[in-house]
Design a binder for this molecule. Structure first.
Ligand code: MF3
Ligand code: CO
Ligand code: CO
Length: 289
C-alpha cells in the first residue's frame, strides 16, 4: 500500500510522510530495484520500540553478569537455570526460552561439543576443562533481548580457550561491519573469513535473527554469506550476531531424544557468543551482550 505524502508517517512519529520516511523509503526502493533484498517496515523499529528493547537488553546483560559471577566447576547446569529464573523474576521480567516451542527451561546451556540449545539438567555437572555457552533471552515490558556468552570452567586446554577467544573476536569483527546501507552478507562473510583463517568452520544451518518485538523475527542472519548479498541493513533494524563456530567440521545434528540440543557431527568443540544490536545512522548500538 502506497502512503500519501501528506499522510502520517508509518513510523509513528506523527510527522507527515513527506517530512519523515518518504526519502528513506525511496532510497530503499532504489536499492531493491537493483535486485537486493530489502527490509519491510515491520523490521524497522521505532524510537519507542528501540528504547523498550534497550531496557530489556540491560536486564538481559545483568542476568548474564550474574551468571558470570557465580559459574564455577562442580555446579550443575540446572543451577544456572535456577539463577536465571530467580534473577529474571527479581527484575520483573520473563525468561523467553521457558515453554518457547516446548523448550523446558529458562536458559540454554551448551557444553563442549554441544553447539546450541543445551537443556539445563541436575545431572550435567560442570567440570574443570569444560567450555560452556549460556544463552539468555529476556522479555521486559513486551520487548525481547537475546545474548549469550562462553565461560571457561577451571583449567581449560589452550586450544579450547583460543577457540572461545577467537569466536569473541569474530563477533567483534562482524559488529564493525554493521552499518546502514550495507548488507548482512558483508557482516556474515567477515565472520566466516576470519573463522576460516583460524582453521575453524562456521555452522551453516543455524544463524541469527531479527529480535525485539518477538523472539525470532525476520531476517534470518547467516554467518557464511558473501559480501553484497543478503538483506540491506537500514537504521532501526534490530538483530543478533551469534555465529556458532566448530573446531572441526561444520556439520551438526540434533539430539533425537530431546529434539533440541544440537551437537557437532564430528564431536569437535563448538563455541558461540551472541550480541543483540540495532543499526543506527552511522553504525550499530549493542543492546545486549
Ligand atoms: N536464544 C536462542 C537464540 O539465540 C534461542 C533459544 S530457543 C530455546 O536464538 F527455545 F531453546 F530457548
Ligand atoms: Co538469538
Ligand atoms: Co540467544
Amino acid at each position: 500500500m502506497q502512503l500519501g505524502r501528506n499522510e502520517p508517517c508509518w513510523c509513528g512519529s506523527g510527522k507527515k510522510y513527506k517530512n519523515c520516511h518518504l526519502a528513506f523509503d525511496q532510497k530503499i526502493g532504489s536499492i531493491k530495484d537493483q535486485g537486493h533484498v530489502v527490509p519491510s517496515h515491520v523490521m524497522i523499529k521505532t524510537e519507542e520500540q528501540i528504547a523498550g528493547i534497550r531496557e530489556s537488553g540491560k536486564i538481559n546483560t545483568a542476568i548474564l553478569d550474574y551468571v558470570a559471577s557465580k559459574i564455577r566447576p562442580g555446579i550443575s547446569t540446572q543451577e544456572i537455570d535456577n539463577w536465571v529464573a530467580a534473577k529474571t523474576k527479581e527484575y520483573g521480567a520473563i525468561a523467553a526460552p521457558l515453554n518457547y516451542e516446548g523448550f523446558p527451561k529458562s536458559v540454554c546451556t551448551s557444553i563442549n561439543d554441544q553447539v546450541c540449545h543445551g537443556i539445563p539438567s541436575p545431572y550435567d555437572i560442570l567440570k574443570s576443562g569444560d567450555i560452556i555457552n549460556v544463552d539468555c533471552t529476556t522479555i521486559y515490558n513486551g520487548y525481547y533481548a537475546d545474548a549469550s556468552r562462553m565461560f571457561l570452567i577451571g583449567n581449560v586446554d589452550p586450544k579450547a580457550k583460543q577457540l572461545v577467544e577467537d569466536v569473541y573476536e569474530a563477533v567483534q569483527i562482524g559488529l564493525r561491519e554493521v552499518k546502514p546501507w550495507r548488507f548482512l552478507g558483508d557482516m556474515g562473510s567477515a565472520i566466516n573469513e576470519f573463522c576460516k583463517s583460524k582453521g575453524y568452520s562456521v555452522v551453516v544451518e543455524i544463524g541469527g535473527h531479527g529480535c525485539g518485538i518477538d523472539f525470532h523475527e525476520e531476517p534470518w542472519v547467516s554467518y557464511t554469506s558473501k559480501p553484497g548479498t543478503e538483506m540491506l541493513m537500514v537504521p532501526g533494524m534490530s538483530f543478533t550476531i551469534e555465529p556458532m563456530v566448530n573446531m572441526g567440521r561444520h556439520d551438526i545434528y540434533t539430539d533425537a531424544d530431546n529434539n533440541w540440543t544440537v551437537y557437532t557431527e564430528d564431536g569437535s568443540l563448538s563455541a558461540q557468543w551472541e550480541i543483540h544490536v540495532v543499526v543506527t545512522e552511522d553504525g550499530a548500538e549493542v543492546l545486549s551482550y
